[in-house]
Every structure is written in structure tokens, then in C-alpha cells.
Ligand binder design. Structure first.
Ligand code: ADP
Ligand code: MG
Length: 393
């Protein structure tokens, strides 16, 4: 069964409410990275080309139900206008008389952007009254905000109950890429999971384990696995409560003949802001130092496993990439993934930032725009923003 796509709808002259993910990183009022805006362009351009009256809606940051001037969407509307090559009006409200009046004034192919939808406390509460007000602005609704699809909010879920709802092109591309990993991966299928904590990724580790051939583990979460193997990890980030879960995962992998690969050497330092690290075998981490990256021998071994893969999923950096002293493991793995001829999928805010910084993003088959959403999808969970869109007749 496939979900209804916006490209199957007749949109000319219709008011189309498009939920997009314009939650871009901002610094001092400027957009640091506009890739999320760029990712929403195919759907917006399709709507414009087909004569829709386009009303876009997004959140930005965490205003927690209050108006926060620094989180207004005005700079986003400006950047979108540049990328789109046509004016985009930034409205000062989400709903209400002024918004309704602006929407009434729209002509075909016009684009307006509602104010940050999380300024309204009813958004995150999925309050039906906000869903109704949003639905009343439009004839059709399209959800293209994959990054927010795991949240049942008024603009991502509630609204779709009151107006004919469709998937956008980005949403469809994300669903296709992630479904391919779960349903039909070419083998060997290698998953690389890093990042800070086992607790953030435990769902995805459990769900992917029976599906993959090899699971390469790095980042802070590797420490909990190393502890489960009986290694002393000094002052490293460890989750003691999850050592037993790590042991269970390793046992379950052994039974299924899935290879879990852990670092055999690591980069240690006295603190996270150290200006130099020291490479040590995993078995020799001193009591007063901490692990901040996988070592070069481990990176080579991971690269070798990746080179033989035909499907790769990667989430989470292998070390503390914020400090360049600890960015080597992630860079080596990124190189290997970029060089691979496998179908490669990358998700996760920090891992995506790392690969973009390395200039390797265009060598990845699919970069997910949703960190949390892609993890929940790969955990096998139903995402409310997708579930609410009707199946094709
Ligand atoms: P993503 O955003 O790609 O999903 P996460 O948010 O899960 O990744 O993890 C990224 C964070 O993990 C970074 O802030 C990084 O500093 C941290 N991290 C990676 N390796 C370690 C480590 N060895 N010790 C402590 N923190 C780590
Ligand atoms: Mg992160």
C-alpha cells in the first residue's frame, strides 16, 4: 500500500497548506545551514508550477508556546525567496484574522509562510482547535516535514484529520530510502551506530540487529559495550544501567551470527577539550583518562567492513567531532562510506553536520533530514505524521 502523494492531486487555484521542516540552525539571526530549506524545494516548486496558492508552515527551535523574536521565520522566508526565485511573504501570525485576510488575497502560484507554529502552545499539545484553524486556511494539506513526522502535533498530525491530506516529495523520498533498508537491503548490510549514548539508540540497535550482517559501534556508546566486555574505561562516558543491555545485544548477535564490531584501539585524553589525544589499545585505558574517539587501527577495520558492504546505514559520529583532535575516526569512516559503491544512508544531526563539513555529502545516496524521525522509523515505529495520511484508493 502506498500513501497518497501530492503529485496525484489537482492543486490549481487551490489553497494548499504545506507543513515543511524549516528548523534550520541559526546563529545571531543568520541561517547557518539552509539544507533543510533546499530539501523542501521539490514539493514547493511542484506546487508553484501547478498553480497552487501555497501556505507554508514550520517550526523553528524550541520557543515552548511563546513568541520569541529570535525564532521568527522572517530570515527563512527571505532565504526561501532567494532559492525559489520569487517573493515569499512572511506572515506575523500562525492563524487569525490577519492571516485569513492574507490567504484570501493569494493568487495562483503565490507563496506565504506562516509564523513559527511552535509560538502557539496548542501546536505541541496537538490541540484540535489549532488543527481546525490551520485546516480552515486550506483546501488541501501536504506534509513534507519528515524531521517532525515522529511528533503528533497540530500542524503535523491533527490538521490532517480535517482536510484532504497528502505526502510531499521529500517525505516520500525519506520513506522510500528507509523502507528499502528495512525490507530489501542488498547484502552485506552494515550499520554504523555512534553518538553519545546507548540510551538514545537502544531501540534502533535492537530493531536493526536481526536485519544487518555487521554492526559497527563507536562514539560514547561504544564505552558501555566495552565495559560489558570487561574492559576498564576510566573516566569515559558510560551508562552503567545499560551494561547488561549491551551484553544481551552481544549475546543475541552471537546467536544470530551478526558481527558486532567494537574498537580495539581508542583515542584517550584527560578531558574533552584536550589539545592532543593518545592512542591506546582498548585494554589499556588509564583510570584518569577518557575515550573520545576510535583509534586508527579500529578505523581501518571499520573501513574494511564498509568496503565490502552493499548497503550501509550510518547514524552518529564515532568520536567527539566538536574537537578536531577527536574527529579522526569519524572522518575515516566518512571517507569509507563516501567511497563505497553500496547504497548508503546517513541520518542524525551531528553525523550529517560532520559529513557536510568534510565535503562528502554529495557522495552519500540518501541523507535523511530527520535525526529522531529516521531513528524511530528504523525502530519499526509508526510515525504519526505519516500514519495520518490516507492510503491510495
Ligand atoms: P547524531 O546527532 O548524529 O544522531 P548524537 O547526537 O547521538 O549523533 O551524538 C553526537 C554526540 O556524541 C556529539 O556531541 C559527540 O560529542 C558525542 N560523542 C561522540 N563520541 C563520544 C565519546 N567518546 N564520549 C563522549 N561523547 C561522545
Ligand atoms: Mg545529535
Amino acid at each position: 500500500m502506498t500513501k497518497r502523494s501530492i503529485t496525484e492531486a489537482i492543486v490549481r487555484g487551490k489553497r494548499v497548506l504545506g507543513r515543511v521542516d524549516f528548523n534550520v540552525p541559526m546563529r545571531n539571526g543568520a541561517i547557518e545551514d539552509d539544507s533543510r530549506i533546499a530539501a523542501a524545494l521539490p514539493t514547493i516548486q511542484w506546487l508553484v508550477k501547478n498553480g497552487a496558492r501555497v501556505i507554508l508552515c514550520s517550526h523553528l527551535g524550541r520557543p515552548k508556546g511563546k513568541v520569541v523574536d529570535d525564532l521568527r521565520l522572517t530570515p527563512v522566508a527571505q532565504r526561501l525567496a532567494e532559492l525559489l526565485g520569487q517573493p515569499v511573504t512572511a506572515l506575523r501570525d500562525i492563524t487569525g484574522p490577519a492571516v485569513s485576510a492574507s490567504v484570501e488575497d493569494l493568487t495562483d502560484s503565490d507563496v506565504v509562510l506562516l509564523e513559527n507554529v511552535r509560538f502557539d502552545p496548542r501546536e505541541e499539545a496537538n490541540d484540535p482547535s489549532l488543527a481546525r484553524e490551520l485546516a480552515d486556511l486550506a483546501d488541501l494539506y501536504v506534509n513534507d516535514a519528515f524531521g517532525a513526522a515522529h511528533r503528533a502535533h497540530a500542524s503535523t498530525e491533527g490538521v490532517a484529520h480535517s482536510v484532504p491530506a497528502y505526502l510531499g516529495l521529500l517525505m516520500q523520498a525519506e520513506i522510500d530510502a528507509l523502507t528499502h533498508l528495512l525490507d530489501a537491503p542488498d547484502r552485506p548490510f552494515v550499520a554504523i551506530v555512534g553518538g553519545a549514548k546507548v540510551s538514545d539508540k537502544i531501540g534502533v540497535l535492537k530493531h536493526l540487529l536481526p536485519l544487518v550482517d555487521s554492526l559497527l559501534i563507536g562514539g560514547g556508546m561504544a564505552n558501555t559495550f566495552l565495559r560489558a566486555q570487561g574492559h576498564a574505561v576510566g573516566k569515559s562516558l558510560v551508562e552503567p544501567d545499560l551494561v547488561s543491555v549491551a551484553s544481551e545485544l552481544m549475546q543475541s548477535a552471537a546467536v544470530r551470527e551478526v558481527e558486532i564490531v567494537l574498537p580495539t584501539d581508542v583515542v584517550v585524553a584527560p578531558s574533552i577539550d584536550a589539545t592532543a589525544g593518545e592512542v591506546r589499545p582498548t585494554s589499556e585505558v588509564g583510570g584518569d583518562s577518557a575515550i573520545f574517539d576510535i583509534g586508527p587501527e579500529s578505523a581501518r577495520r571499520y573501513a574494511k567492513v564498509i568496503a565490502s558492504a552493499r548497503t550501509v546505514f550510518w547514524n552518529g559520529p564515532l568520536g567527539v567531532t566538536e574537537n578536531k583532535v577527536f574527529a579522526g575516526g569519524t572522518a575515516a569512516v566518512a571517507e569509507a562510506v563516501a567511497r563505497s559503491s553500496a547504497y548508503t544512508v546517513l541520518g542524525g544531526g551531528d553525523s550529517v553536520a560532520a559529513i557536510e563539513q568534510l565535503g562528502l555529502a554529495d557522495r552519500i545516496a540518501h541523507i535523511s533530514t530527520g535525526g529522531g524521525a529516521s531513528l524511530e522509523f528504523l525502530e519499526g515505529k509508526s510515525l504519526p505524521g505519516i500514519a495520518v495520511i490516507p492510503e491510495n484508493a
